[in-house]
Design a protein around this ligand. Structure first.
Ligand code: SF4
Length: 224
């Protein structure tokens, strides 16, 4: 579908690929689809206007360590910006455990045991700490919401596929824009709803605080 998506105006893409090992991929996604994902990425490479091609991997202790250098090599060989994301308590099964969090700094140390990295200065508000390989071949990034929260610079809000406006991944409340739309709300009325919700945007997640309560939806229901 890449050609059609680019023709329709797609300029950047994020692909979730938590492991480059076929059996492990099938285990965590419950489908043996790694070859299709890799074929899709190769197709994306053909369209230079489709950049960056980001490959996002969620790191889980005891699962991801052995994949770190393979992903680093992918980032060096291909025009992909590989991003490691710390495991957050947004899993549908509610099985997240703090001990499962493999931190970004631990992953970086594994990469640097073979490939030295240098930070990329980036003044935009972003979630990833970006690094280039010291020899100039590609880049990797680390999104460390558990070990190094960056909520104070967060400017993200989200609209779910079912029309609910969320002001934080960890929100326990939502603003129902779908019902307002279906009731014939004007653009100005929708804007007002969005403004009011955004004024109440959460200061931070509370993963590291006592009494942390899970979000009202899991990540797959929010949509990333
Ligand atoms: S405020 Fe919420 S959405 Fe923003 S970085 Fe913090 S946890 Fe993530």
């Amino acid at each position: 579908m890449c050609q059609d998506l680019v023709a329709a105006g797609l300029q950047r893409i994020n692909v979730s690929m938590d492991t480059p090992v076929r059996e492990k991929f099938a285990h965590i996604t419950r489908r043996d689809a790694l070859p299709q994902v890799l074929a899709g990425l190769v197709e994306c490479e053909k369209y230079p206007s489709l950049r960056p091609i980001k490959v996002n991997a969620v790191a889980v202790r005891g699962f991801s360590e052995e994949d770190v250098l393979a992903f680093a090599e992918l980032a060096r060989r291909k025009p992909y910006a590989v991003r490691w994301i710390e495991f957050m308590p947004l899993d549908a099964e509610g099985q997240w455990d703090r001990d499962d969090v493999l931190t970004g700094s631990e992953i970086r140390a594994i990469i640097e045991s073979r490939y030295p990295l240098v930070p990329i200065q980036d003044d935009r508000i972003g979630t990833a700490q970006r690094f280039a390989f010291a020899d100039g071949a590609g880049e990797v990034g680390f999104i460390n919401p558990v070990s190094e929260p960056f909520c104070e610079t967060c400017n993200r809000v989200r609209l779910t596929a079912d029309g609910q406006f969320r002001t934080c991944l960890f929100s326990r409340w939502e603003t129902d824009l779908r019902s307002s739309l279906r009731a014939g709300a004007s653009d100005a009325e929708l804007e007002q709803l969005i403004r009011e919700a955004t004024w109440r945007k959460e200061m931070k997640h509370e993963i590291n605080d006592p009494g942390f309560q899970r979000a009202s939806r899991s990540m797959s229901q929010i949509g990333g």
